[in-house]
Design a binder for this molecule. Structure first.
Ligand code: GAR
Length: 223
């Protein structure tokens, strides 16, 4: 039997090229365990599958474990200290410029203990994510854990939210709940919050990056 002529297969539409991994700049001020959780997840599943990769880590101070973690991961780092600038506005513009040079899709404040200003928000508003160790709108500010304990709250937790021009007032993306124990001090409670927080941040950033999102007033809709 003669060989049959090669049959033309059905026309298959070209697969859409996989969306590139989104670019993240992470800002830190301290131990950087939230940063580490992001690094570990991306290393475990790969940037493409996670939907994002960290392209740089910035800080407002030197000699912190957060920067050391970034360096060990081979990432570029930068430091912009408030005291090196004549005004808070100049610092804010310098921070915005440094972040911008890495062309991020999302900026993540993972324990970054500074309030950014107008210039930063003009460039990164709507794509600047913060994690806070309390259930906002309760206990905003620099001492979310201490303030919840002092108040006598029986549950607290963490909030991942977009940053707006208030202090921890931006649209909430996700929250995790942690029970307060009678024997808790600030450090024990913060450690338990951080266990929940790291998982939540990794999950939220990945979903934002992979699925896209829109902000409708105070609601964040992940597509
Ligand atoms: C986290 O608990 C974060 O929510 C908090 O700092 C910790 C950083 O931990 N941020 C704030 O309090 C901001 N107001 P890490 O350096 O180990 O990731």
């Amino acid at each position: 039997m003669k060989n049959a002529p090669p049959r033309k297969g059905p026309t298959v539409a070209a697969k859409p090229v996989a969306e590139r991994a989104k670019r993240l700049v992470v800002l830190v001020s301290g131990s950087g365990t939230n940063l580490q959780a992001l690094l570990d997840e991306i290393a475990a599943v790969g940037a493409e599958a996670y939907g994002a990769k960290i392209v740089a880590v910035g800080a407002d101070r030197e000699n912190i474990e957060g920067l050391a973690r970034a360096e060990r991961a081979g990432l570029p780092t930068f430091v912009r200290k408030v005291k090196d600038y004549d005004s808070r506005e100049e610092w804010d513009a310098a921070l915005a410029e440094a972040v911008s040079s890495y062309e991020p899709d999302l900026v993540v404040s993972a324990g970054f203990m500074k309030i950014v200003g107008k210039e930063f928000l003009a460039r990164f508003g709507g794509r600047f994510v913060n994690t806070h160790p309390a259930l906002l709108p309760s206990f905003p500010g620099a001492h979310g854990v201490r303030d919840a304990l002092a108040y006598g709250a029986r549950v607290t937790g963490c909030t991942v939210h977009f940053v707006d021009d208030g202090v921890d007032t931006g649209p909430i993306i996700a929250q995790g709940v942690v029970e307060v124990r009678d024997e808790d001090d600030e450090s024990a409670l913060h450690e338990r919050i951080k266990e929940v927080e790291r998982r939540l941040l990794v999950e939220v950033v990945g979903r934002l990056a992979r699925n896209g999102y829109r902000i409708e007033g105070r609601k964040v809709v992940i597509q």
